[in-house]
Design a protein around this ligand. Structure first.
Ligand code: NIG
Ligand code: FE
Length: 408
């Protein structure tokens, strides 16, 4: 493949990186020249652009492909029975404490073959592309043994090589304390630090190291030890922080120099100030709040007003958020977190790319950036969250390749 012209694009909406967070660049009647995987020119519709292939965008609207900066896509069983238990009044924590939740997924994951899980993950990848997501951060965390965590990260690596969705791997061996270590948690942390992290690093299987820092899961002290250990092996820290209780996770993210702290429903004012000081990104996961049936969302306005860089992701996983739809996250972010269109556009593209240290490559439509686009049947940006619960994606383009096209 070499040069392709995407012409007759009605509108382009892209984060205006020169003007700063929340600012949108809107272009009308444009065409884009792509050379291999890169955008080489953004021009008016009347300019002469030469390419071997020409794709008519039919006056539709083009956005950067969505970047989903927090997902857990490598799992085996689904957990709809827990969903019904929650409908009947049990909480996510109660189900987890009784051995359900993540530990339920871990037991089944360990019994399943690598190929079986890979096949399921492959189908999920197709759904991401179908909904306009072109890059994801993908966590391990349903193995919780050295062999099974490697199995998870190897699946991500192998699938990265065979298809177009770009998956940036995160090691999440600290997702839970597995059954066998419930009464000897210090030993599990030793295993993480002395065996799993060194192996993951040795085989270059992950870029980030994440911890579920939460009451009943990993304490702040345990999380610090795991993240500092990851750092020594070149894995950048990330945290599941302050989701269910104010727990000091945001403060820890600043202390260890994390790239992002995620969830943050219960973040303290001190946590916001520390994150701002250390330039830690807030990755908000409103689909999880929705799916756990909660009323109180992360205080996005407070964080934005304090000057934090905010991303929004799905948290796609089999327990607390089963959606892969970033368009739905847009609507929930608008209604429940009062985020404005420009802020959300940044949150699902450029800031999300920053949360995985990819902002020089993906997350905006500019010359030199990777040709990752989503073509949508929306007349303007406000229409996207307004007409909700449907898929507006007409075509998804990754590295210049059409990877999804809606059936006529
Ligand atoms: O991000 N919070 C921790 N982990 C996931 C839930 C995973 C699960 O329930 O399987 C989350 O919400
Ligand atoms: Fe998560």
């Amino acid at each position: 493949m070499s040069k392709i012209v995407f012409y007759n694009i009605g509108r382009v909406y892209t984060p205006d990186s020169a003007s700063g967070y929340g600012k949108v660049r809107e272009l009308k009647d444009v065409q884009i020249l792509v050379d291999n995987d890169r955008i080489v020119r953004v021009a008016g519709n009347d300019d002469e652009l030469e390419g071997e292939q020409r794709i008519n965008c039919r006056g539709l609207t083009l956005l950067p492909g969505f970047v989903d900066a927090h997902t857990h896509p490598v799992f085996f069983n689904t957990r709809e029975e827990e969903f019904i238990m929650r409908v009947r009044g049990k909480s996510y924590e109660e189900i987890a404490a009784a051995g359900g939740g993540i530990r339920n997924s871990v037991r089944k994951f360990r019994q399943a073959g690598k190929e079986e899980i890979k096949e399921l993950t492959r189908a999920r990848i197709h759904t991401f592309l179908e909904y306009g997501t072109t890059t994801i951060e993908a966590k391990s965390g349903y193995g919780l043994s050295t062999a099974d965590e490697l199995k998870s990260l190897e699946i991500i690596r192998e699938l990265n090589e065979e298809q177009y969705l770009e998956m940036v791997p995160t090691f999440l061996g600290a997702h839970e304390i597995p059954d066998a270590y419930q009464s000897r948690r210090a030993e599990y942390i030793d295993l993480l630090c002395n065996e799993m992290i060194p192996k993951v690093a040795e085989e270059s299987l992950a870029r980030f190291c994440d911890v579920f820092c939460e009451k009943g899961v990993f304490t702040v002290e345990e999380s610090r030890r795991i993240l500092e250990c990851g750092k020594r092996y070149g894995l950048k820290p990330k945290l599941h922080a302050d989701e269910l209780y104010p727990f000091g996770g945001a403060e820890l993210s600043a202390e260890v120099g994390a790239i992002s702290a995620d969830h943050l429903l219960e973040i303290s004012d001190e946590g916001i100030a520390r994150m701002k000081e250390k330039n830690v990104l807030a990755v908000l996961l409103p689909g999880t709040t929705f799916f756990l049936g909660k009323d109180r969302y992360a205080p996005a306005r407070k964080m934005l007003d304090a000057g934090l860089d905010v991303a929004v992701a799905t948290d796609f996983n089999p327990g607390s958020s089963t959606t892969q739809n970033m368009q739905l996250m847009w609507t929930i972010s608008a209604l429940k977190m009062k985020m404005l269109p420009g802020e959300i556009l940044w949150a699902v593209t450029r800031s999300a790319a920053r949360a995985i240290q990819m902002e020089d490559v993906v997350g905006s439509i500019e010359e030199g950036m990777q040709a990752d686009f989503v073509l949508m049947d929306i007349p303007n940006l406000n229409y996207l969250p307004y007409h909700y619960g449907v898929n507006h994606t007409v075509m998804t383009i990754k590295k210049g390749h059409i990877v999804y096209r809606r059936a006529e």
